[in-house]
Write a protein that binds this ligand. Sequence first.
Ligand code: ATP
Ligand code: MG
Length: 356
Amino acid sequence: MRKRIAILPGDGIGPEVCEAATRVLTEIGRIYHHDFEIKKGLLGGAAIDAIGQPLPEETISLCKQSDAVLLGAVGGPKWDTLPGEQRPEKGLLGLRKALDLFANLRPVTIFDSLAEASPLKDDIIEGVDLLIVRELTGGLYFGEPRERRNEGGQEIAIDTLVYSRAEIERIVRRGFELAEQRRGVLTSVDKANVLESSRLWREVVDEVAKDYPNVEYSHMLVDNAAMQLVRNPKQFDVMVTENMFGDILSDEASMITGSLGMLPSASLSESGPGLFEPIHGSAPDIAGKGIANPLATLSSVAMMLAYTLQMPDEAEALQKAINNVLENGYRTADLTENRESALSTVEMTDKVLEAL
Ligand code: ATP
Ligand code: MG
C-alpha cells in the first residue's frame, strides 16, 4: 500500500525519537511491501526559529495531504519568554484545530517487565489495559464567554462549559466503536449530579448505546472514576469523557504505569489524517544527548498503523517487538537504575528493528 506520512519532529528530544520512528517505519515498509512516503514539516519552536511562527501554513497543508501525522514534541525553555500567542504550544493547538481532531486516545497498558516502576502494588496493576477517550474540541477549553469583569466592585472570572448534542454524540460513538473492537466494556465519565452538560452527556450515551448492544456500558461520576483508577484500574476497558475530565484522568492513568517514556497517544478526526504522538514532552533536560527513550514514539507509530493506516498486522508486529525488547531486559536510562547498561536512543531502536 502507498501511504503518505508527515513527521513533525518539533523540539527537544522530538527529532531524536522521530528519527527512531522513521527508521522503524522504513523497515516495516520493507518487510510488508508498503510504500511509505515520509515528509518532514516544521512545528513549534523549530518553526519559530526557522520562520518566526509556530505553525507554518506549509505544515498545515502537508498534514492535510497526508494519511497520518507523527509528532515528536514541542516547546522548551528557549521559547518560554515569548508572549502566549507566539509560544510553540500554540502551534500544536492550532494544528489540532486545523485537522479537527476531536477524539484523543490514550491507552494505558502495563508492561509486565516494567511493573516495578509503578507506584501501585503488583496485584493492583497486573494486566491493566485501558483506553481513555477524551473529547478534545469542546467544553471549558473553548466555551464562551471566558473573561474577567467587574461585578458590583468585585473582580470575577468566567469560564463556560458548553457541549452540543452533536459534539457529544460523535465522541461517544467513537468510544463505543473502540469498546466494540476491544473487550466490549465502556465507562462514560461525567458529573451528572452537578452539571447540566453532564446530564445531556448521559442522555446521549443512553441513546447511542442502543446501536451497540454488544457493549456493556455504565456511567460513573468523575470523582469516583479518579478514585477507582488507583483503587482498581483493571475494571476499565474504554473510558469516554469530556475535555477537562479527560485531561486530568489521562494524566492520572498514565502514572499508574510509572513509565512516562512508554506511553503513546492518538488524536483522531471524523475522516481526515490522525495525529500520533508520545504523551511525554520535549524533555529539554536530556535533549541532544542521544539517551531519550524512543518507545513511546514507536508505540505511537503502532497506533498509527492500527487506527489510521488500516494495518493491524503491522501494528501488532511492532507492539510485539517493543514488548519483546523489554522482556529481554533492554532499557534506556529512564527505565533503569543501572546507568552502565542503559542503551542509547539509537541502540534501543536497533533492538526493536532486530525484534521486528
Ligand atoms: P511538557 O510541558 O512538554 O509536558 P514536561 O516538563 O511536563 O514537558 P517532559 O518533557 O515529558 O515533561 O519531561 C518530564 C521528565 O521526564 C523529564 O525529566 C524528562 O527528561 C523525562 N522524559 C520525558 N520523556 C522522556 C523520554 N522519552 N525518555 C527519557 N526521559 C524522558
Ligand atoms: Mg507536562
